[in-house]
Ligand binder design. Structure first.
Ligand code: NAD
Ligand code: WQD
Length: 341
């Protein structure tokens, strides 16, 4: 079975490509490298001793995509390619809608043209918005996320639902990721943000390696146990295996058409202070931090009800918080400058 992975050179994409190769899928990566490096794919090839076909291209370039579909026998698409910086999406919303929404429509159109029906979409816990209570469960209505980034994910989920209503061959899976962290246990691939990291773990890791002075903890007056926000952090390799489980689910459900959503998380909320402590324990060193005002748009706490993925995909986020920290540190300390090293 051959899988086209858009955005496969990125953080979650590269770990998923590795899992796919380990499960004997053939993989084509299609990425414009706006937020990644080809080095990630080279390292995946080294780790698996397998070849990955790489095509540099943009998901909005329908002509290039068409050529690729014409030349290759593609059975399924896993669609990671998107811009993902929440704050930036409020500054340049049109770029986000163009890339994340229009780009997805382009890939879906080309799939339809070449009669490729299996589609796995990188959705996010952000689609539950502010309206829903925790833990989030897939039967809840889609919410109204505060950022254009989050809105782009809701829009794509709606587009998939409409497409499924109109095309009875379409077989879509929306995987709603909670907070992926960590790195492959080899320390060879991991998250390599450009510039100042927006997300918690890459920031802590850069403080630990001496690239940044201290962490700002955004708020300690939330209605949580210790006052800092709580999130459902899961290991990126568990998340990667969730994609293999979703392909397997599509394969086992040959009669299925429509779109099905699955939460991918551990089911536990962990606070920012608890993350700092866990990281300190893993590296046996203090992480300097200061408490700063809340960051705009941050919800106090959310985590997944992951029962549906546990039961139907036969998938569990098994790796511990300790392993998430140790693997983040192995990647960061071996590659202080990311893939430039
Ligand atoms: P990433 O930025 O590391 O990977 C995205 C990849 O897509 C990059 O390699 C980038 O170069 C590529 N890309 C972007 N726009 C493209 C385009 N127009 N054409 C071709 N390639 C393009 O991000 P990630 O963390 O690996 O996220 C992957 C997906 O998962 C995204 O859709 C993201 O929104 C979603 N997601 C991420 C998180 C998270 O916390 N990282 C959580 C929920 C959902
Ligand atoms: C985690 C916690 C911050 C940085 C984002 C997107 C979400 C999804 C995952 C894609 C929060 C706190 C952070 C820092 C801090 N992405 N924090 N200091 O915001 O839960 O989710 O990534 O879909 O849509 O919104 O993740 O890692 O940015 O923050 O105190 O320097 O860490 O306030 O409570 P978030 P995050």
């Amino acid at each position: 079975m051959q899988v086209l992975v858009t955005g496969g050179a990125g953080y979650i994409g590269s770990h998923t490509v590795l899992s796919l190769l380990e499960n004997n899928y053939d993989v084509i990566v299609y990425d414009n490298l706006t937020n990644s490096s080809l080095e990630s794919i080279k390292r995946v090839e080294k780790l698996t001793s397998k070849k990955v076909k790489f095509v540099e291209g943009d998901i909005c370039d329908k002509e290039k995509l068409s050529q690729l579909f014409k030349q290759s026998d593609i059975d399924a698409v896993i669609h990671f390619a998107a811009l993902k910086a929440v704050g930036e999406s409020a500054e340049i919303p049109l770029r986000y809608y163009q890339n994340n929404v229009h780009g997805t429509v382009c890939i879906l159109e080309v799939m339809q043209q070449y009669q490729v029906h299996n589609f796995i979409f990188s959705s996010s816990a952000t689609v539950y918005g502010e309206e829903n209570d925790v833990p989030y469960v897939e039967t809840m209505k889609l919410g109204s996320p505060s950022s254009p980034y989050g809105a782009s994910k809701v829009m794509v989920e709606r587009i998939l639902a409409d497409l499924a209503l109109s095309d009875n061959k379409f077989r879509g899976v929306s995987l709603r990721y909670f907070n992926p962290i960590g790195a492959h246990e080899s320390g060879e691939i991991g998250e390599d943000p450009k510039g100042i990291p927006n997300n918690l773990l890459p920031y802590i890791a850069q403080v630990a390696v001496g690239k940044r002075d201290k962490l700002s903890v955004f708020g300690e007056d939330f209605p949580t146990k210790d006052g800092s926000c709580e999130r459902d952090y899961l290991h990126v390799m568990d998340l990667a295996q969730g994609h293999v489980a979703a392909l397997d689910w599509l394969d086992r459900h040959s009669e299925f058409n429509g779109v099905e959503a699955f939460n991918l998380g551990t089911g536990n909320g962990v606070s920012v202070f608890a993350i700092v402590q866990a990281f300190e324990k893993a590296i046996n060193k203090a992480i300097p931090f200061e408490v700063s005002p809340r960051r705009a748009g941050d919800l106090s706490a959310f985590w997944a009800n992951a029962s549906k993925a546990n039961k139907e995909l036969n998938w569990h986020a098994n790796r511990s918080l300790e392993q998430m920290m140790t693997d983040t540190w192995r990647w960061q300390s071996n590659n202080p400058n990311g893939f430039l090293d």
